[in-house]
Design a protein around this ligand. Sequence first.
Ligand code: 9MR
Length: 348
Amino acid sequence: MRYGRIAAFLAVSLAVAGSTPADAHPRDDGSLRAAARGTGVRIGTAVDMSALAADAPYKQAVAREFDTVTPENVMKWEVVEPQPGVYDWTAADQLVDFARKNGQLVRGHTLVWHSQNPSWLTEAAYTPDQLRTLLRRHIFAEVGHFKGRVWAWDVANEVFNEDGTLRDTIWLRALGPGYIADAFRWAHQADPKAVLFLNDYNNEGVNAKSDAYFALVKQLRAEGVPVQGYGMQGHLGVQYGFPGTVLENVRRFDKLGVKTAFTEVDVRMVLPPDAAKVQAQAEGFGLLLRACLLAEHCVSYTVWGFTDKYSWVPGFFDGQGSATPLDENLQPKPAYDTLRETFQLAGR
Ligand code: 9MR
């Protein structure tokens, strides 16, 4: 599989761009999903549930273009347990049903994190024992609710700082570093078939943060902890340049025997866009996809929103945006074409 995939990719990479005959993909409806077929890498997107409910062209595009969906917000703790012991799975169930109807898999996001936790949890003075019980209950409730319906879980999200030290969170403070292994064990008990991931940003290339993940994965697997995946979010910006060691990094996790995935890819820019930034953006999207296609166990490539109409970026980074492969009118940018062509080259 691995060498077939690489050989096919390299062989056609040498072909002149655009020389692929139009009839090379008889079942090709021109979508990313069709292009990804046969490559071993699933193409996914984060889904904004308000947009899915209100915007028909958006909804059609989610169904047409993607093999997997990730809830952008509706599986986070603050949404699913707004009051202690009171669960609300409504929006998340809607996405899971939508995915089943469209033959898509679901990446669950996320079980233990420092952000988007309910205020009843973060603002009360729980003892360490109580916090441990609450975390365990949360993981069993959520993973149990979706048992058999969620393909992969981002179990622990963003647990390291940039320098490779563990992030100071309510979990680390109260429970110590062992909370990570516990979260994986509980998730595995709740759904033994779900593929369990660590997930972070700025961990795509070889650096202090990804080194810390490498050591953690090695250690957890040596201890028999069910960590099965390493997720790289892939929030890039054209103004920063792109990491040069992504393939090297993905391959070292390959060798540890875990799956890898790009889980939240977007490539932002300082507004307004111009031709050079748009071209650089396409290269950023392509760089991560190539690394995934060239790795042995990279199972999915997910964009964090596919249209600028609903991207999180402008709300978080002043003066930045245009971070997704489709513009506000759902028209493709060069990044979209790069993704499709890169998949097509690898899939033939
Ligand atoms: O896209 C999400 C945005 O709508 C939320 O307001 C934000 C809150 O922190 O979270 C965003 O998604 C994040 C994801 O869950 C984890 N990695 C970083 C993403 C972008 O901030």
